[in-house]
Write a protein that binds this ligand. Structure first.
Ligand code: KG4
Ligand code: ZN
Length: 345
């Protein structure tokens, strides 16, 4: 075992199992990733066109011990070297969450370490701290994942103010549904991203919805329906669909809305730093579009590497560090909370 521990360093073993990735990571002082192990179940769920919760739970049980062992061994550390054990306790699928929570409780209890419950979305936001040492709150963050689309002000570590949210589908969900309808398969985001590179983003005109009274809310169901109508109409009339053009045009509509709301929010609330987070933040067109708009508006843009955008445990370790510093400790009664809201404990 290497001699790692300098006085005061905080090492967190983090566990993530809220959906279809079994992940564990050792994170030093919130920003340095010592290991980041992800066992993806994507191949398993692809044949069903989406995540099957019961299969996901069983696979998490099968994998979680070896993933944790791999995370410790890649970091060249033992459980006794950890300062605390952290786990995602919501939001997510209840069965998968319970596997991680039960495992973290057992480990923390047996090793006599503090336990920290982490909000999955706070994890996504915190992924930005890992590779951007200069990023500190406050900043505006767009969180776009398979289950969530939120525009938030990160006031401080672990302190969020939601200023906009989706009224219907999440951005990632729209990507997944459109991809499935056009025969690209699951998960749709990366498939659309790839197909769109060969397509014309202006080939088809899809609607960009503005919703109600809040200029920072989102709605993707109208756009999704419009794309599905286009596909159905083409099928009925025997017209060949240009998948690359459709992917590029749909993606362009999503990206335009995400970029304009985020840049407007930064302007209106007077922030100069913007971050993006969640699986959809790995989208090439979103990264480029947001980059260009931020440059024009004089804003600094931060985003994690693609591997830290989609579900992983390093982001949970980063969030847990700031929770730990703030004195947050979970009890042995920590439970999975499938619909945990941001800012709730
Ligand atoms: O954050 P994440 O891994 O899991 C949730 O917390 O939901 O996000 C998964 C979502 C899926 O909907 C997936 O299709 C989408 O992120 N996604 C992408 C890309 N990579 C993943 N969407 C667009 N472009 C991508 N490159
Ligand atoms: Zn996620």
């Amino acid at each position: 075992m290497k001699e790692h521990t300098t006085q005061g360093d905080v090492y967190i073993l983090a566990i993530e199992s809220s959906c279809d990735e079994t992940a564990a990571s050792v994170v030093k002082n919130g920003r340095e990733v010592c290991s980041n192990v992800i066992s993806s179940q994507i191949a398993l769920h692809t044949q069903y066109g989406g995540v099957v919760p019961e299969i996901a739970s069983r696979k998490h049980i099968e994998k979680i011990n070896q993933v944790i062992e791999a995370a410790l061994s890649e970091a060249d550390m033992a459980i006794d070297d950890m300062t605390a054990i952290a786990v995602t306790y919501g939001p997510g699928l209840v069965g998968p969450l319970l596997v991680g929570v039960a495992e973290a409780k057992a480990l923390a209890y047996a090793a006599g370490k503090p336990l920290i419950g982490v909000h999955h979305i706070e994890g996504h936001v915190s992924a930005n701290f890992i590779e951007n040492p200069d990023l500190e709150p406050p900043f505006v963050c767009l969180i776009v994942s398979g289950g969530h689309t939120h525009l938030v002000i990160v006031r401080d570590y672990g302190e969020f103010e939601i200023i906009g949210r989706t009224r219907d589908d999440a951005a990632g969900e729209a990507f997944d549904k459109v991809a499935r309808a056009v025969g690209l398969g699951y998960p749709g985001g990366p498939k659309i991203d790839k197909a769109a590179r060969e397509g014309d983003p202006h080939a088809m005109e899809f609607p960009r919805a503005r919703v109600g009274d809040n200029p920072f809310d989102f709605s993707f169901s109208g756009l999704k329906s419009s794309v599905l109508n286009y596909i159905n109409h083409a099928k009925m009339t025997g017209e060949r669909i240009n998948v690359a053009d459709l992917a590029a045009s749909f993606q362009n509509a999503v990206v335009e809305v995400l970029v304009s709301r985020t840049v407007d929010a930064a302007g209106q609330y007077g922030f100069t730093k913007v971050a993006i987070a969640g699986g959809v933040a790995s989208n090439t067109a979103l990264r480029e579009g947001m980059g260009e708009a931020c440059r024009k508006a004089g804003l600094s843009l931060y985003y994690p590497s693609p591997i830290l955008c989609t579900d992983n445990a390093a982001m949970i370790g980063a969030a847990a560090y700031y929770e730990y510093r703030n004195g947050a400790r979970a009890g042995w009664d920590l439970n999975a909370v499938p619909n945990l809201k941001l800012g709730e404990r």
